[in-house]
Design a binder for this molecule. Sequence first.
Ligand SMILES: [Zn+2]
Length: 512
Amino acid sequence: MTDKLIIFDTTLRDGEQSPGASMTRDEKLRIARQLERLKVDVIEAGFAASSNGDFECVKAIAEVIKDSTICSLARANDRDISRAAEALKPANAGRLHLFLATSALHMEKKLRMTPDQVFEQAKMSVRFARNLMADIEFSPEDGYRSDPDFLCRVIEAVINEGATTINVPDTVGYAIPELYGNFIKNLRERIPNSDKAVWSVHCHNDLGMAVANSLAGVKIGGARQVECTINGLGERAGNCSLEEVVMAVKTRKDYFDLDLGIDTQQILAASRLVSQTTGFVVQPNKAVVGANAFAHASGIHQDGVLKARDTYEIMRAEDVGWSANKIVLGKLSGRNAFKQRLQELGVAMESETDINNAFVKFKDLADRKSDIFDEDILALVSDESVTHSNEQYGFVSLSQHSETGERPQACVVFTVAGKEVKGQSDGNGPVDASLKAIEIHVKSGAEMVLYSVNAISGSTESQGEVTVRLQNSGRVVNGTGSDPDIVVASAKAYLSALNKLQSKAVKVAAQG
Ligand SMILES: [Zn+2]
């Protein structure tokens, strides 16, 4: 009998805390559906009490997703817990995830509470939560930097109150694999009722060891749940990467001897969706999901792989969803074929109007680009002008002129609250001129902190996907846009970022 390793995905909560990674309700629903197809055991859908928007997102996901357990984060107080439980009401299986800091530093500087007060609050909050739901996870925030004696006291008490999962977060990414593994092992050995809960790891990647630490927590510490995110998205240097943990446990089953419920063939689709939605590009040499992860450039390697795959390959590209880029649709494809492909890609569009809008954009794209790949379709549906016709700013058209020796000029037509306006400007290049033409009208005053262009399917014939990150009075947002014309893609990305700056929802900071 082998144990099962529970995969707890927190892309929609911890991942969303990356600067600029905030997602709309529709975007979160789309990602949640893909996580369900990936068969993750638990989806942390958000932090319901942090804002009305987050509450609605958790609720919407709880209504739609039926195969995975849906979890909401909550601070260890009655109000947060009630709010989370309310959002989770429609779920088939719901989980409340309570957190309260236990390190001396956090208790003193952040909470301004004594250890005894923290102990009482932890206990009482789990007691309160247990009356609302059976599945309760408790995280002593900054657990790895907490005093082990105090931690033992708190954890024993919360298990007695009915906590079913105990998560030991390395909130600041300070751990070393062997030490972290032993830290958890030690807690489990010392706490008399430790076998009444599933133990979980939650590691950040500040020193590049989130995956290694998580695996040590599993192997040495005996944890049976890993908290992780798609592409390792997360605060600062990010979280433990789901695809890496899953493929490590699967590829080295000889060592870990653990079962996984994950459908690994859905990994790449999940990675692409998260990257396209947030504008956080995956580096080419990223394990498992990077463009080069299965590419063999050197002659010796290619020869070896052609003779026998396992000379240089420890995993099969197909097993994580890589297949040769297939042309899936073209100019002559009809609405039904398009609709069916959307379904196969897991894009659920709520209304026929949305499908019609997307189909019009698809036809328009197919006129300009003969071969349409899955990546193009995903980019098209993440284009906000398709699904959010009621946004403040919308792209209409653009013309620009650039010639060697002359200063580039651009003219952009776009909508502001439904009304068309035209902006004109020069700039250092056509992209610069186009964005200035928009800014002249909008006067956002936002500072651009990142601009990047990517070819969606690898060649100059493919669509350009642009990410623009804007910062304004402490807020950071990402906008993405795609088009075969990168100047147009840039203008769309800029308008999308401006739309996000417009929505002024303020959130309560969650744990790291
Ligand atoms: Zn975290």
